[in-house]
Design a protein around this ligand. Structure first.
Ligand SMILES: *Cc1c(COP(=O)(O)O)cnc(C)c1O
Length: 709
């Protein structure tokens, strides 16, 4: 904890800026954001919106000015009052709906949480889902505590070499600039607990992150007392080899439960977000055995109170370990289990074609009483994919339900659009935002105003892209061609497709380039040009993904596309905000049915950026014929190359015949009524149904509360 430093002192009048900065609640509250922006706008930009960093480096004179300025004081007072409101447990949805469950809580375990770019402890979609889940729980008053990892080196930063190849760098987080504080025990000492690993004991320190009413605890093994290899255990997300991974998962599961106990917390429900945290089950069985129960009773109690969410139909996305490494690293746990060790190991037994291994998803499926997939279609796929777990049941009856993902609306909605909603839907629109009927009012927003906001958002995106390209040139001194690939020639008034996702085979980033000549004609059509912005990382070990990425960078440099294809480096939450708000169309063309849900398209649609997508994941239930476009080549999925060709044909036809004309057929006022209609339908249908407000309420009603009762 010696890396931690408290923030410098603040003038008395604005002393609670410290609390505002250290509670990530500020990131989804307009008033709090306004306070930091007005405090020092250039510094706000320069720190990529990191108020903790700001308060460390801001000149005392600026703070003195702010403390004495009546306008600043007024803004500050409102933000602080909002903060107090955001911490009060009274009158929340949870308190009103479940008064009998006062005192109960849910522990939510996840290997990654994407909350804000100032806390880089996430890789992608799984983390975003976990982060948005916690933020929504905070808003609704759902009594949830999160458990995860504090990775000092996080996930990697992406750089593109002169050859278009992805290079990874791991930067050590500046602890002092992160919105974290040491978690303390009741007596004020730091919370540090031992976790058994193999024949030793590893110490785990705990950081606390505040998200309004929700608290997140992050585990960290980087303590002086630990051996160097143990200090490295929590260094990186999805970094090391199988041995590192299994040890991380032991720390998360066994250590996570230990941390809850040390902090005096006894949640009534344990939610495992993906199989990474499934060793929670082992620790809880051990606790029940220690308490004198037998194995069956312990397992039954664990099942009754465990919720498990599975997130991918891609087999490689499910962690499995050879038995000997699980047995070795769990050596310190076997004592309690005694003769039941074989029974525990059997819970994880699974053969996915390459011999029997200890599979974390199998463990979770067999020991959670409630299991869900993340879209309806993913539910069907999961039931048949994991059918061997329930040999006595026909696959359709496998006990896996679906709770379709959502996104946290206050986090993802653009400030410009939210201002438009304030004016036309009422300032309290956020309170009604999971009510589908409420969103009919979007149809009454004047077309001109919505069109103007959409154009403004496109301008913000290109200002951001040009600033990034300029920084590559001036700060990083990269070659001119790499600067070109970053998109400086993109045009503010051109129809813009966005494709931002992990680079991996099944997402088919190359699909739109299947017929380069046809694409060049589409992009360069006189008077009706089209441009495409790509972003996304490939997993460091995924060379195929890196080849796809290189292919896109080469296309961006191909004069045939006239600078209308760009690749934005180092996709993260910050980049994602600009892209999902500023593009015109969100392109998503995975190989069906491998996209379990996808959430970036939800963020886009609610910002008025309709999807052009395969009917996979959430779009299979989200597309309604009016709110975007459905790519469907109607080829049998088992013939991959036929499906690729047919889907590419469908994509081109939609672009040529529907998307481009709808955008460019303008009226005398210079706007396209047809386009605005699609935009309105996208917002109206997606904002209520694919929000975490709808999603978290579903988790509560269907999974958490039944487990509590
Ligand atoms: C939303 C988001 C994702 C997940 O989006 P998908 O549609 O599932 O690819 C991944 N990374 C970042 C940074 C995001 O914001």
């Amino acid at each position: 904890m010696d890396r931690y430093e408290d923030l410098p002192a603040l003038p008395e009048r604005i002393a609670r800026m410290r609390e505002l900065a250290l509670d990530l609640w500020w990131s989804w509250n307009k008033q709090a954001r306004h306070v930091f922006r007005t405090l020092d706008y250039p510094l706000w930009r320069a720190t990529a919106h990191n108020p903790v960093r700001m308060l460390r480096v801001i000149p005392q004179a600026t703070l003195a000015w702010a403390a004495a300025d009546p306008a600043f004081q007024a803004a500050y007072d409102i933000a602080v009052a909002d903060l107090d409101q955001a911490h009060s447990a009274r009158r929340t949805w949870w308190a009103r709906t479940f008064p009998d469950l006062n005192g109960r809580s849910i522990a939510y375990f996840s290997a990654e949480f994407a909350l804000h770019q100032s806390l880089p402890i996430y890789a992608g979609g799984l983390g975003v889902l976990a982060g948005d889940h916690c933020k929504e729980a905070a808003d609704l008053g759902v009594p949830l505590v999160g458990i995860g990892f504090m990775y000092p080196q996080g996930y990697f930063h992406q750089h593109i070499s002169a050859e278009g190849w992805q290079e990874e760098t791991y930067e050590k987080l500046t602890w002092a600039d992160a919105p974290i504080e040491p978690a303390t025990l009741a007596d004020g000492r730091p919370c540090i607990i031992p976790v058994p690993l193999d024949d030793r004991s590893v110490l785990v320190a705990v950081w606390r992150v505040r998200l309004g009413r929700v608290t997140l605890y992050l585990l960290d093994t980087d303590l002086d007392e630990n051996a160097p290899w143990d200090r490295e255990l929590s260094a990186r997300l999805y970094g090391g080899d199988r041995e590192t991974r299994v040890q991380q998962e032991i720390v998360l599961g066994i250590g996570g439960v230990g941390v809850l106990r040390a902090l005096g917390l006894t949640p009534s429900v344990y939610h495992l977000n993906e199989g990474h945290a499934a060793f929670v089950v082992l620790q809880r069985i051990r606790e029940f055995l220690d308490g004198g129960r037998d194995f069956d009773a312990a397992l039954a109690e664990v099942r009754r109170t465990t919720v498990f969410t599975t997130h991918t139909p891609v087999p490689a996305g499910h962690d499995a370990f050879p038995y000997q490494i699980v047995e070795k690293h769990l050596a310190g746990c076997w004592g309690t289990l005694g003769e039941h060790r074989a029974r525990f190991l059997a819970l994880g037994e699974y053969d996915n074609g390459s011999g029997s291994q200890f599979n974390m998803t199998a463990l979770a499926l067999r020991s959670a009483g409630a299991v869900n997939a993340v879209s309806q279609l993913h539910g069907e796929v999961t039931r048949s994919m994991w059918a061997p777990i329930w040999p006595a049941l026909p696959p359709a009856q496998a006990p896996v339900t679906s709770v379709t993902n959502g996104v946290h609306v206050p986090t993802w909605i653009s400030t410009d659009l939210s201002g438009l909603f304030d004016r036309h839907l009422g300032r309290d629109w956020i309170d009604h935002h999971d009510d589908p009927a409420f969103w009919d009012r979007v149809l009454d927003i004047p077309d001109e105003e919505l069109w103007a906001v959409r154009s403004a958002l496109r301008h913000h995106l290109f200002a951001f892209i040009r600033e990034r390209a300029r920084a590559l040139w001036t700060d990083h001194r990269v070659s001119a061609s790499r600067v070109l690939a970053a998109g400086p020639m993109l045009d503010d008034n051109t129809l813009t497709l966005g494709f931002a996702r992990r680079f991996t085979g099944y997402k088919r980033p190359w699909l739109i380039f299947s017929d380069p000549d046809r694409l060049a004609r589409i992009l360069n059509a006189p008077g009706r040009p089209v441009q495409i912005v790509f972003a996304g990382k490939a997993h460091p070990a995924d060379d195929t993904g890196k080849h796809h990425l290189q292919g896109v960078v080469r296309r961006a440099l191909d004069p045939a596309f006239a600078g209308r294809v760009a690749f934005v480096e180092d996709y993260d939450l910050h980049v994602a905000h600009f892209l999902v708000q500023g593009c015109d169309v969100w392109l998503n063309n995975p190989r069906k049915p491998l996209e379990a849900s996808g959430t970036s398209g939800m963020k886009a649609c609610m910002n008025g950026v309709p999807q052009l997508s395969i009917g996979d994941g959430w779009w299979a239930e989200g597309y309604n014929g009016r709110n975007g476009w459905l790519i469907d080549g109607h080829a049998p999925a088992h013939d991959e190359s036929a499906a690729d060709q047919a889907d590419a044909e469908s994509l081109y036809r939609l672009l040529e015949g529907e998307v481009v004309p709808a955008f460019y057929d303008r009226d005398a006022a210079g706007l396209s009524r047809r386009w605005v209609q699609v935009v309105k339908q996208a917002i109206r249908s997606v904002a209520p149904a694919f929000s975490t407000r709808r999603m978290v309420k579903e988790y509560v009603d269907r999974l958490y509360v039944p487990a509590m009762r």
